[in-house]
Design a protein around this ligand. Structure first.
Ligand code: BES
Ligand code: ZN
Length: 895
């Protein structure tokens, strides 16, 4: 029986529930959703409040949740009935659970037998909110153009409590019997397979769908979806039923992900030597979705753009992204779901590990992607950039309050986590690493584990001092700069190494400089792809002798850019390495790492930026996509910096000079035999040239755009982003209007996103304003507003100022849209970190002091630090860069 009328909220009230012994029920953190609705209808938003945080007591815990939910897709409410079998370990007069924004109607507890078990019954109601967290509504348009809503969930990290009262902590595992009461023409999905579907007695339009009991699991992994979807299906080699659910009419677009998933499941089964524990897995595309994807056990949810591929209209980078995301979320089915972190402090175990193994999986499925090189540019360097800040944090960080938990879904947990696991895997070797993984997953299956548990398993498997090495990487923030100089001693090369914390602001100030245990590899020009020597640097300084190295051979540290450190070479050593860039004898990932180290040393003021510009010019013969991509990214950072000066045009000339030879080699159209990486490279180079105003590229982009718009010759998916960007940046109001029209007409979310991301390239102030207004309009899905505003901030000098003003003017709406969460951090980061004037750091800080965003506190500090670093960099190097660019113009280098 569903209760129609709601009793007053039990928020923070004590309930007497009858003898023996008279237990009290206390629901913690319960805030009524009605109060929120009321506030909203009065035009008031509930602004952040940070209550003191407490972990749940361990005296009462759940054994099984029997949960029935009945969402109303028209009224946006849901009714819920929970019957939880609980174990009382210690006599108590209260049961403490988590619960947020739902109203309790009745609650009771009945003890059973003498074993301390009993049943807790709670009836409740809640709102299907529009904040993309908890149990929420997601808007979609049917093929006939009708707007409808699906009911979906996103519980990680702390939002299961918004859907039902629960013990919402990862270590409090239980089984779940879930049933959903839904309109009979809708698809209803949950973690497990359906075991019963019967008419609902009170309403002939409804059915009750019952799902099989789950294994013991954490609340944040529970999921349900009710909506209209099509699907494609297969059975993986190891017998798991795999389905990809898509919007109605788009089942074809699920085929690519289905193939990847069907290959990935057996890959992980082999790698871990543990079978996938559920009978089915569904992957589903959700229209309104805050994260990229979520690993709910057996029902993985994705943004549409992280799952759907249309053979004609999807570009190569989308395919690669879908493969990586599928690889990532399916890894969690073991690493995270079967074995779960004990507390959020160990979140990095989940995310760092999945962010590493997704590459292993994609490398297995698509060796032609050369994905490990891309790892270095996408994760490793990104992590080092963040981790060099004073406001970074250790990988293992103590967290309590939900806003602190939200905050650590960042590049430290993901990218630094993945990078140190990559370094560790290299140090241990694949065989022992695999063995250790199996020991860990077997020992802790259906349980929880902490970082040291993983180290112990890997230590047992390898016999190496894993905990001692890894504690230096996960318990302290930052990473070392290894300084190295060399001396030829007869037939040998003597290397003197020293380590010191690398700081984005230059040198480390303070006593007791932290130290790391650094696995170091050394290669020479004799065999650039092979480590001549491997050492574990466990002291501040070390001398190493390399036997039989001729005086004309170069010596390089960090083969494969695997060690999580930066290297500073003596001038003589660096000088000897540079020809290896030009003649390509250094391996691609080493060329990339060398360039990236030099760039960050320049930003930190350790070497001059002009030196790096000269190194960049040595990349004339570079053929590798990822090397170009990293170089392009750094030149982008430098361009943004120099947009604060009056010689911005000169750096654009430099960009054009660096990129035109490769642009000419590639041309506009694919040549026979080209593959994935050629397509990525062409898009990158043409976009860079077009953006910098390279005349021939601009003209060709305009011509192709015109043909595209007129329907004469549709642009290939891989050329669309660079062409859109080029014509917009050098276009007018008409170009913007055409782009907005293409956006409206686009049927695929990928195409809409592609357009949204380049709109900020527009230069005219009125048009910039128009783009910002568009960002908050109904045309843009709520999760995508961030990239539109971020695109404006990164698009131009005027855009940067306009985006910041826009954020300040619309703060309440933006904050309310994401209710804190990681999207607000992303928005702030994208929008302010391009500033390079000291006073902007003060302005940003002051704004957020009066407009608090608890989950973005650390991001705000990092942004302010970055602004000051930019300002210092500009003051230090602008003049010499300018002189160099002028002199270069006067006498262009001969290549
Ligand atoms: N567990 C996360 C999803 C998540 C992210 C939940 C942030 C709560 C807050 C999921 O496994 C994940 O990491 N998704 C990534 C995509 C992945 C390929 C890096 C994401 O959403 O960006
Ligand atoms: Zn993840």
């Amino acid at each position: 029986m569903w209760l129609a009328a709601a009793a007053p909220s039990l928020a923070r009230r004590l309930l007497f529930l009858g003898p023996p012994p008279p237990p009290l029920l206390l629901l913690l953190f319960s805030r009524s959703f009605r109060r929120r609705r009321r506030l909203h209808s009065l035009g008031l938003a509930a602004m952040p409040e940070k209550r003191p945080f407490e972990r749940l007591p361990a005296d009462v815990s759940p054994i099984n949740y029997s949960l029935c939910l009945k969402p109303d897709l028209l009224d946006f409410t849901f009714e819920g009935k929970l019957e939880a079998a609980a174990q009382v370990r210690q006599a108590t007069n209260q049961i403490v659970m988590n619960c947020a924004d739902i109203d309790i109607i009745t609650a009771s507890y009945a003890p059973e037998g003498d074993e301390g078990t009993g049943t807790l019954k709670i009836d409740f109601v809640g709102e299907l909110n529009d904040k993309m967290k908890g149990f929420y509504r997601s808007k979609y348009t049917t093929p006939s153009g009708e707007v409808r809503y699906a009911a979906v969930t996103q519980f990680e990290a702390t939002d299961a409590r918004r859907a039902f009262p629960c013990w919402d902590e990862p270590a409090i595992k239980a089984t779940f019997d879930i049933s959903l009461v839904v309109p009979k023409d809708r698809v209803a999905l949950s973690n497990m397979n359906v075991i019963d579907r019967k008419p609902y007695p009170d309403d002939e339009n409804l059915v009750e769908v019952k799902f099989a009991r789950t294994p013991v699991m954490s609340t944040y992994l529970v999921a349900f979806v009710v909506g209209e979807y099509d699907f494609v299906e297969t059975r993986s080699k190891d017998g798991v039923c795999v389905r990809v659910y898509t919007p109605v009419g788009k089942a074809e677009q699920g085929k690519f992900a289905l193939e990847v998933a069907a290959k990935t499941l057996p890959f992980y089964k082999d790698y871990f030597n543990v079978p996938y524990p559920l009978p089915k897995i569904d992957l589903i595309a959700i229209a309104d979705f805050a994260a990229g994807a979520m690993e709910n056990w057996g029902l993985v949810t994705y943004r549409e753009t992280a799952l759907l591929i249309d053979p004609k209209n999807s570009c190569s980078s989308s395919r690669q992204w879908v493969a990586l995301v599928v690889g990532h979320e399916l890894a969690h089915q073991w690493f995270g779901n079967l074995v779960t972190m004990e507390w959020w402090t160990h979140l990095w175990l989940n995310e760092g590990f999945a962010s590493w193994i997704e590459y292993l999986c994609v490398d297995h499925c698509f060796p032609e992607y050369d994905i490990w090189t891309q790892f270095v540019s996408a994760d490793y360097t990104r992590a080092q950039e963040l981790d060099a800040l004073d406001n970074s944090h250790p990988i293992e960080v103590s967290v309590g309050h939900p806003s602190e938990v939200d905050e650590i879904f960042d590049a430290i947990s993901y990218s630094k986590g993945a990078s140190v696991i990559r370094m560790l895997h290299d140090y241990i070797g694949d065989k022992d690493f695999k063995k250790g993984m199996n020991m860990y997953l077997t020992k802790f299956q259906q349980k929880n584990a902490a970082t040291e548990d993983l180290w112990e398993s890997l230590e047992n498997a390898s016999g190496k001092p894993i905990a001692a090495v890894m504690n230096t990487w996960t318990k302290q923030m930052g990473f070392p700069l290894i300084y190295v100089e060399a001396e030829q001693v007869e037939d040998d090369r003597l290397l003197r190494l020293s380590q010191k914390k690398f700081c984005a602001g230059g040198s480390y100030v303070g006593e007791d400089c932290p130290q790391w245990m650094v696995p170091i590899t050394i290669s020479t020009s004799e065999d650039p792809n092979q480590a001549k020597l491997k050492i574990l640097m466990d002291k501040p300084e070390m001398n190493v002798v390399l036997k039989n190295v001729k005086p004309d051979q170069w010596v390089k540290l960090n083969l494969g850019t695997v060690g999580f450190y930066r290297t500073q070479y003596s001038s003589a050593m660096l000088e000897s390495l540079l020809p290896g860039i030009r003649d390509l004898s250094l391996p691609p990932v080493d060329r990339l790492g060398l360039q990236n180290d030099l760039f960050s040393l320049a930003r930190a003021g350790i070497i001059s930026t002009v030196e790096v510009l000269k190194v960049m010019e040595a990349f004339v013969n570079e053929p590798n996509y990822t090397v170009w991509s990293d170089l392009s990214c750094n030149l982008g950072i430098l361009s943004t910096l120099l947009s604060h000066t009056d010689f911005y045009e000169e750096i654009q000339e430099f960009v054009k000079d660096v990129f035109s030879p490769i642009g000419e080699r590639l041309g506009w159209d694919p040549k026979p035999g080209e593959g994935h990486l050629d397509a990525l490279l062409r898009g990158l180079v043409l976009g860079k040239l077009g953006k910098a105003g390279h005349k021939a590229t601009l003209e060709e982009a305009r011509r192709r755009f015109k043909d595209h718009v007129e329907g004469k010759q549709i642009l290939s998916a891989d050329l669309r982003s660079p062409v859109y960007l080029t014509v917009l940046k050098h276009g007018d109001g008409t170009t913007l209007d055409i782009m907005l029209k293409l956006h409206k007409q686009a049927d695929m979310q990928e195409e809409k996103n592609r357009i949204e991301r380049v709109l900020g390239a527009t230069l005219l102030p009125d048009l910039i304003q128009k783009v910002l207004t568009f960002a908050l309009s109904e045309e843009v899905r709520p999760q995508d507003t961030v990239s539109v505003i971020g695109g404006v901030a990164g698009g131009s000098k005027h855009g940067r100022k306009a985006a910041w003003k826009f954020i300040k003017d619309n703060w309440e709406e933006l904050y309310n849209r994401y209710q804190g969460g990681f999207l607000i951090s992303r928005l702030i980061k994208l929008s302010v970190e391009g500033f390079a004037v000291d006073k902007m750091a003060g302005e940003v800080k002051a704004f957020f002091e009066s407009h608090p965003a608890p989950s973005a506190e650390r991001t705000i500090q990092q942004c302010c630090e970055n602004i000051l670093l930019n300002a210092a960099w500009l003051k230090r190097d602008a003049e010499s860069i300018h002189q160099y660019l002028l002199q270069r113009k006067a006498s262009p280098p001969t290549v």
